[in-house]
Design a binder for this molecule. Structure first.
Ligand SMILES: Cc1cc2nc3c(=O)[nH]c(=O)nc-3n(C[C@H](O)[C@H](O)[C@H](O)COP(=O)(O)OP(=O)(O)OC[C@H]3O[C@@H](n4cnc5c(N)ncnc54)[C@H](O)[C@@H]3O)c2cc1C
Length: 395
């Protein structure tokens, strides 16, 4: 904090993106406050794995290594996947990506969201340059000539050179700044559960495309699979209400019993799916990052990975500005971040949206493509490069 009691940065939202950014900035000797409305539930080894997991790509893992949290995560519970196998539920053809072809040990890692957040929070708490304000809710934010001021619901005032809103898909800060976010509601839910299968998951991320949307089985460290089943809102409500036996039978059939019968399941939860892209990432001295800036379909597990690339970019841009002796909240500094990230995030979001349209029955062209006997591989051809990049964590 400087002599005027001013911080370098305020980060709003302590999900994975806000916490990772706070840590990156604190490690770079910036004075930073992280404001989070709700304390996260702690991760404990003896608890059943969190139902929310992410497929982390290699560059996200590199960032966590650099921030010193990867060992905490890896020593706790991580499910590496070496292959990704994608196939169509209604037509022949399949695609397989193998880590060995890329000369890598793994294509990615399945990690519980709660563990990611836990590891990052522990590290933030140990940082002398970081101040954790939790519970703390940003009620208003105002740009001033030489700084930005956030007022919390309890009246606390924080002043900094720059603020970053990593306050999630509904981003109250984005609304306070009058930034619009466009996209579409998929009218779908991602139904999640952890299930036991008769056969081992082979450290493979499996994805079957059904007319309703993709069904993914992701390999957990304990031998079970975390499933993400895309269903229409109405179907999700019906499947959530099934008893466990009926759910196991229906899930096994939807997955074509690729790993045999589903022998056990945890309770289920479902999350609404949407595409949303903020019109701008910057307003004055405030920048958006993570889901506050972009929400994508989870079919290739990219949301958090894209947000972590925002983190790496922001940390680099702010560091460069300071090294040049400039104002870290200046418009040209934040615009550089916006230029680098907005187009890449939009490209990934639109690519995922195109894949979703190609596979679901919602697209009017699909019955024609199916009728013409086009295989999954044919229909995917224009998008195969994107899928390969996504599988390799380069999208
Ligand atoms: C079914 C499903 C599966 C997914 N699978 C994957 C995957 O495999 N791989 C992947 O990379 N991504 C995946 N994602 C996406 C990923 O979960 C998100 O992109 C990521 O968690 C977003 O993190 P975030 O930190 O931006 O936002 P959030 O985690 O939403 O955090 C925002 C935080 O801001 C806080 N907050 C909000 N308003 C305020 C305020 N006014 N003041 C203070 N704090 C505030 C909230 O309490 C919250 O803690 C998936 C998503 C879904 C729905």
């Amino acid at each position: 904090m400087n002599r005027r009691g001013e911080l370098d940065a305020i980060v709003v939202g302590g999900g994975a993106i806000g916490a990772a950014l706070t840590l990156a900035l604190a490690r770079d000797e910036f004075d930073v406050a992280l404001v989070e409305a709700r304390a996260p539930k702690p991760w404990r080894e003896e608890d059943d794995p969190d139902l929310r997991v992410v497929a982390l790509a290699s560059d996200a893992r590199d960032l966590f290594e650099k921030l010193g949290v990867w060992s905490t995560i890896a020593n706790a519970r991580v499910g590496p996947y070496r292959r990704m196998h994608v196939w169509d539920g209604t037509a022949p053809g399949a695609l397989t990506f193998d880590a060995a072809d890329e000369g890598k040990a793994a294509l990615g890692w399945i990690i519980e969201n709660r563990l990611v957040q836990h590891a990052l929070w522990q590290a933030v708490e140990a940082e002398r340059n970081a101040r954790l304000v939790c519970p703390g809710e940003v009620a208003s934010i105002a740009n001033e000539n030489d700084g930005v001021e956030a007022v919390l619901a309890d009246g606390t005032r924080l002043r900094a050179r720059v603020a970053i809103a990593a306050d999630g898909a509904e981003s109250p800060v984005r609304a306070m700044l009058g930034i619009d976010a466009k996209g579409r509601d998929y009218v779908q839910r991602g139904l999640v559960a952890n299930v036991t299968t008769a056969r081992p998951h082979e450290h493979t991320a499996w994805q079957r495309f059904l007319p309703t949307g993709p069904l993914a089985f992701l390999p957990l460290a304990d031998g079970r699979c975390s499933i993400v089943w895309t269903l229409s809102d109405a179907q999700a409500a019906r499947v959530l209400a099934l008893d466990d036996d009926a759910f196991r039978a229906e899930l096994g059939a939807a997955f074509d019993f690729r790993l045999g019968e589903i022998t056990a399941t945890t309770p289920r939860a479902a999350f609404p799916l949407r595409l949303r892209l903020a019109d701008r990432y910057v307003s004055g001295r405030v920048a958006l990052a993570g889901d506050a800036a972009h929400v994508v379909h989870p079919l290739a597990g990219q949301g958090m990975n894209l947000g972590l690339r925002d983190v790496a970019c922001l940390a680099r841009v702010l560091r460069d500005a300071r090294e040049r002796g400039g104002d870290i909240g200046a418009a040209h500094v934040l615009r550089r971040y916006e230029r680098e990230r907005r187009s890449e995030n939009a490209l990934a979001a639109r690519g995922l949206d195109a894949i979703e349209r190609v596979f679901t029955a919602n697209d009017p062209l699909i019955p024609v493509a199916r009728g013409a006997g086009l295989s999954l591989v044919d229909r995917l051809a224009p998008l195969k490069g994107l899928l390969a990049s996504i599988a390799a964590g380069r999208a």
